[in-house]
Design a protein around this ligand. Structure first.
Ligand code: ACO
Length: 266
């Protein structure tokens, strides 16, 4: 269902149902909750990359197992299935370590939720995205409507919600749904390079910075200002390596690096 490969600080987490285009069924969703729990306390994972096996990132929710078979078991079965899927996406959104969605191929419907949950996203030019819900008679739930409202312009979001047309990785990058797109052959190397940049940074600061951004997006101006002060002060307490003091010392006293051009040495 899910495979994990550790490689020099990166955990490559692969949704692994290629025969079903990595559609998310209840078993995969439950497993992803466990995987995130495991990786959060595993030092081999300093950066998490989420991708899919074969030619698909994820074909969205499993129409047979997540919808038809679950609904047949009644209302509470549906709620339980939602708890696991929404649960792992939320867990990923607030994951202790930075995360990158590596969109290698098909990305439909519910797959926009883990895409949004990841801090960064890089797509293959050849990847195909689609809000296909309209094509089979539902609205984009699993908070996908909210995801596209937050990430895309109103005109573009509404266009794809109503038409269900597909668009490729280049278009996704142009709309800022992903950070950028590259030819599929270069995808893994580009994601690895971003991960290597993140690995140089102070991990406490990375977590505080991503949370701060995700929180302040939803806050009024003055509350955000106050939150950021308090969050920095909590970071000062949590970061026993006193990274910011090191950062100042290595620049001002030791003259071993320039903060404008790279990270201090941890
Ligand atoms: N749910 C359940 N099964 C799926 C799903 C899915 N979302 N996507 C693919 N599969 C299964 C197919 O039923 C098929 O199973 P089978 O081999 O037992 O017949 C297998 O995966 C391969 O699918 P094909 O359609 O043959 O693969 P192809 O490469 O030709 O097409 C594509 C890939 C375009 C992704 C197509 O499978 C598709 O349209 N899938 C549905 C995409 C979608 O609309 N997802 C729902 C979004 S809405 C939401 O998530 C709430």
């Amino acid at each position: 269902m899910v495979s994990i490969e550790f490689d020099n600080g990166v955990a490559w987490v692969t949704l692994n149902r290629p025969d079903k285009r990595n559609a998310m069924n209840p078993t995969l969703n439950a497993r992803m909750l466990e995987v995130l729990d495991e990786l959060e306390v595993d030092d081999r994972c300093q950066v998490l990359v989420l991708t899919g096996a074969g030619d698909s990132f994820s074909a969205g929710m499993d129409l047979k197992e997540y919808f038809r078979e679950t609904e047949a078991k009644g209302h509470m079965a549906t709620r339980r299935a939602q708890r696991d899927s929404y649960g792992w996406w939320r867990r990923l959104r607030w994951f202790e370590k930075p995360s990158i969605a590596m969109v290698n191929g098909w990305c439909f419907g519910g797959a926009f939720s883990p895409l949004f949950a990841c801090d960064l996203a890089v797509a293959a030019d050849e990847a195909q995205f689609g809000l296909s819900e309209i094509n089979w008679g539902i609205i984009p739930g699993g908070n996908v409507t909210k995801v596209v409202a937050d990430l895309m312009s109103q005109r573009e979001a509404m266009y794809y919600i109503l038409t269900g047309e597909t668009f490729d990785g280049r278009k996704a990058a142009e709309m800022k749904l992903v950070n950028f797109s590259v030819p599929r052959a270069e995808l893994r190397a580009r994601v690895r390079a971003i991960a290597d940049n993140l690995l140089e940074k102070n991990p406490h600061t990375l977590k505080a910075a991503k949370d701060a951004f995700k929180r302040v997006v939803e806050m009024p101006f003055d509350a955000a200002e106050d939150y950021l002060v308090v969050r920095q002060e909590s970071l000062n307490f949590l970061d026993k390596s006193e990274g910011r003091k090191q950062g100042i010392k290595q620049f001002i006293d030791d003259k071993t690096y320039r903060p404008g051009l790279g990270a201090y040495k941890r």
